[in-house]
Design a protein around this ligand. Structure first.
Ligand code: ADP
Ligand code: MG
Ligand code: MG
Length: 907
């Protein structure tokens, strides 16, 4: 046999494990060991490592049992010595619990078995020894039930049917004429055991094992087995927990909260997990065991008096009723409460974080069964970190590391009122494309959304999918629901940018634009009906659910200040409107990293002029239309520069393929024909001529400006005139003009020439000069490869990682829906490269490009824009390769600031 250590014991103030061994022992096992070491009362036991879980799946049950056998026998003897009991011995019956526990906490996802070691003989011994036959048979029936469910797998025949064991309990209660479990007497419990065993044989063909050792092996293997049960697999997928981590198994001596009136069990938190307030709280039940508190078999009571009073008020109980029926532990067991309070404080001080603990009181003696850093809301996360810092429990760097960037999202968007949510009816689920809560009346078309909004309605835009033309409607909607499209679909990207709630790809909804109805699972909803969306988990609800605006606390601001103290990487925002810029500035953005100009054209009047420009067949016609657009553009820029006064604003010249702007329908074409005084046939022919097989690789980016330099001229004029006018008014604009989609140095040089010529003319006209920079987007691999050439002219680089990813992988962003989900499923790709920057490929191009660029221009400013700028691990990468800034959508700014600070403090 090999000499690998697979089992780690603990008990009586000793332990072979420690808190920092959670990878090997699982969170539960590691913390049970640690609690022993710091003098918290914990029943003795041992933990089988997570590595054995992997062995279990590699070499199978029998070989694993053989490998473990010696160590387990030795460890069992140690528990027996510690407790003075003996496993399987009716005279001194030792009972065990067998518990799962992974590295990351997966509450309730895997199985646990309590009261193991009982059989017909041992139960009699337990009854004699405790002088409490009712207790002994209650433990026995619980054990047979759990073992039958978890190990022998007697499950309901279908999802409509109730649990077969519960059915038997109901039957016995009915015959007896009682309602509650604790009204059953010893004889009834005995009968339950017999009936349970019979049901197990009848339905599974398997016999309940009498031999305690056989029971133990069955339970250990079942816990390993539960690592691969459906809900555990799903949970891991959602939380991004790797399958290779495996679960540990902890076996420990039972303590009994169900031995009578001075026994109890409970769950408690050292601080409030929802709000973060520094208030000890929790729930308990007298004469109960294990999951009874959580399972809601009886109404659990509050641990503290204050909590109990608050709870009673919410429930509408009088103080008298409360004290009589639901007393707090503080009142009912004051001595033990004091000890519990002292130990919870000790644990929090030890771990220096909010603890979530399980305990049991056996005949007046308190035992701890579990502690872990508690899960919490985003708001609680920030408050707890800042409070711990203030209380001197953690230092500044730790406070920064304690906050999870993505969880800040929860703080920034409106949220559903919890109580209303409980009463709501969930219709279906889609992808949680953009977090937040929204409710409103259904509309199916963007223009309707605008109209309804104008008339004072709150609307939800429901679409099969969205396109750039829907932008205005999306902006006016409370939320967006689409039947198709993933997390990087148009609707999702735009909604996130707007900080707007969006559920995308809800496959179960059938939208009928003609009838203006949407069908969900047989239910028909019409235009004007109310629905509610939870963009944080993808739920769609019928009717209205009250929401409340998220409040940004002082703690949030304090955290952001703290981040600023440590960060090197600057955070800018992607903003196309003064409103977006304003929001981002409030969140601490120090500039605009990407101001797209195309969205500005989708306004009613502007789109007509824009279309005219595109459809014109000569330079004269184009100039005429561009002149119409100029004043609009100038005003747009003025408003943005003003909002961003004193900060750099990086404006990208026109980028998307022209066909995105022109009307493809008859009606739209007719309008344009009239506008331009030409025939509809002519318009149709022009529109058709814009057709491209591969628009993403077609006439777009700087290819537009190089084909039609008058567009670049007009945009330069709008940008710099706006800046000059503002400067004269006393503002301090810092425009940057960015040429998109460069592949060749000459493409850049040609555009630069147009810009500089126009700039000189404007400055002469205006009588002032404004300092400005001309840079480029690095988004074509060739540009990245030759960036030492490009940097000879370009003053800054902005890595457009959306396109750079698209072109490096050769994945069309608009077509990935057909294969990307499958690639992720099959693990050909670990993550979606459009969400998480691909370090190996795209990252290498970025790193190389920064180095080459700075080799010829040491002052070259480098930043990144695109979805990755607000994704924490990508922000880390940007810090590592020495970028100057990241730019992301306004609601991602705090996330990026936190991630940037974390990258700095972890360096
Ligand atoms: P989960 O990971 O789902 O919380 P646990 O392993 O913590 O599962 O077990 C569930 C419950 O069983 C716990 O709440 C605890 O109260 C109870 N329990 C576990 N081990 C023991 C034990 N040795 N003695 C008494 N109760 C136990
Ligand atoms: Mg637990
Ligand atoms: Mg691009």
């Amino acid at each position: 046999m090999d000499n690998q250590k697979r089992v780690f014991t603990f008990g009586n103030g000793h332990a072979e494990g420690r808190a920092d061994m959670r990878n090997l022992l699982g969170g539960k096992g590691a913390n049970l060991a640690e609690m022993n070491l710091i003098g918290i009362p914990v029943p003795p036991g041992f933990t089988i490592t997570t590595e054995v879980c992997n062995e279990y799946y590699e070499i199978g049950r029998e070989k694993v049992i053989a490998l473990l056998s010696d160590e387990i026998n030795k460890s069992l003897r140690l528990i027996e010595e510690n407790t003075g009991m003996k496993f399987g011995d009716p005279e001194k019956p030792l009972l065990l619990s067998v518990r799962s526990g992974a590295r990351a906490s997966m509450p309730g996802m895997m199985d646990t078995i309590l009261n193991l070691g009982l059989n017909d003989e041992v139960v009699e011994g337990l009854a004699r020894k405790t002088n409490n036959p009712r207790f002994a048979y209650d433990a026995y029936r619980r054990f047979v039930q759990m073992y039958g469910d978890v190990v022998l797998e007697l499950k309901p025949a279908s999802k409509e049917e109730i649990d077969p064991f519960e059915a038997i309990i109901d039957q016995v209660k009915k015959e007896k004429g009682v309602k509650l479990d604790n009204e059953l007497e010893t004889e009834d419990l005995k009968r339950l055991v017999t009936l349970f065993k019979a049901a197990i044989i009848e339905h599974t063909g398997k016999r309940f094992p009498d031999d305690p050792m056989e029971q133990l092996w069955g339970a250990i293997c079942a816990v390993f087995g539960s690592w691969m049960n459906e809900r555990a697999i799903l949970y891991r997928k959602m939380e991004g927990i790797p399958q290779e981590w495996g679960t540990a198994v902890t076996v420990m001596a039972m303590v009994f909260g169900n031995m009578g009136a001075n026994s109890a069990t409970g769950v408690c938190f050292s601080r409030d997990a929802a709000t973060g307030e520094d208030i000890f709280n929790g729930e308990w039940l007298v004469n109960a065991q294990g999951e009874d508190v959580v399972a809601g078999i009886r109404t659990p009571q509050q641990i503290t008096l204050e909590g109990s009073r608050r709870w009673a008020e919410l429930q509408g109980f009088s103080e008298e009723e409360r004290r009589e029926k639901f007393p707090s532990m503080e009142e009912a067991m004051p001595e033990i409460y004091k000890e519990l309070d002292a130990l919870q404080t000790k644990l929090e001080n030890h771990y220096r974080d909010m603890q979530d603990m399980e305990f049991t009181v056996q005949e007046g003696k308190l035992w701890f069964l579990q502690t872990r850093n508690g899960k919490r809301t985003g708001a609680a996360m920030v408050k707890i970190a800042m409070d711990l810092l203030q209380q001197g429990m953690i230092d500044e760097k730790t406070a920064i590391k304690r906050c999870e960037p993505l969880k800040l999202d929860e703080l920034l968007h409106p949220v559903f009122n919890k109580k209303s949510l409980q009463e709501a009816k969930e219709l279906t689920r889609g992808l949680p494309a953009s977090p937040g809560a929204a409710c409103g009346q259904i509309v199916f078309f963007a223009d309707e959304a605008v109209k309804w909004h104008k008339d004072g309605h709150k609307v939800i835009l429901v679409r099969i999918e969205t396109s750039p033309e829907d932008l205005a409607g999306m902006a006016e909607a409370e939320g967006i629901l689409t039947a198709r499209g993933g997390m990087t679909s148009h609707a999702a990207v735009v909604a996130r940018g707007m900080g707007k709630c969006c559920v995308s790809g809800a496959g179960a909804i059938n939208v009928d634009y003609k009838k203006r109805i949407v069908e969900i699972d047989g239910l028909i909803l019409k235009e004007g009906d109310y629905i509610s969306l939870n963009g944080t988990n993808g739920s769609v609800y019928k009717g209205k659910i009250a929401t409340q605006a998220a409040e940004l606390s002082g703690d949030f601001a304090a955290l952001m200040d703290l981040c600023a103290k440590y960060t090197r990487l600057k955070v800018r925002t992607n903003a196309d409107t003064p409103q977006d810029a304003e929001v981002a500035r409030r969140f601490g953005a120090v500039g605009i990293g990407l101001c797209r100009t195309e969205h500005m054209f989708f306004d009613n009047e502007k789109i007509v002029a824009m279309r005219e420009m595109i459809l014109a067949d000569d330079i004269e016609g184009r100039r005429k239309a561009l002149n119409k657009l100029l004043p609009y553009q100038k005003e747009d820029f003025k408003a943005i520069f003003k909002t961003m006064d004193g900060c750099p604003v990086n404006v990208r010249l026109l980028d998307p393929p022209l066909h995105e702007f022109v009307p493809h329908d008859k009606k739209g074409q007719a309008i344009m024909a009239e506008e331009m005084g030409v025939t509809p046939e002519y318009i149709k022919q022009r529109v058709d001529s814009l057709y491209e097989h591969n628009p993403m690789l077609g006439l777009r980016g700087c290819r537009l400006g190089n084909t039609y330099p008058e567009i670049t001229q007009m945009q330069t004029r709008a940008i710099l005139t706006a800046a000059c006018e503002l400067k004269k008014e006393g503002f301090d604009p810092h425009p940057e003009i960015m040429v998109p989609l460069i592949g060749i140095l000459y493409e850049f040089e040609a555009q630069e020439k147009v810009i500089r010529q126009e700039a000189a003319a404007i400055f002469a006209e205006q009588g002032v000069e404004v300092e400005f920079k001309i840079g480029t987007m690095i988004e074509i691999p060739r540009a990245a490869l030759t960036s030492n050439r490009i940097a000879t002219r370009a003053e800054y680089f902005s890595f457009g990682t959306n396109d750079l990813t698209q072109m490096t992988f050769g994945y069309s962003r608009d077509d990935i829906a057909t294969f990307l989900p499958i690639y992720l499923e099959k693990k050909i790709l670990k993550v979606d490269p459009f969400q998480v920057l691909d370090r190996a490929g795209v990252g290498q191009l970025i790193q190389m490009s920064v180095e080459k660029g700075r080799s010829v221009r040491p002052s070259l400013k480098c930043g990144i824009c695109g979805e990755h700028g607000g994704e924490p691990s990508s922000v880390h990468f940007c810090h590592e390769v020495g970028l100057d800034y990241v730019s992301c959508s306004p609601f991602r700014v705090p996330i990026a600031r936190l991630a940037a600070a974390q990258a700095a403090v972890e360096e």
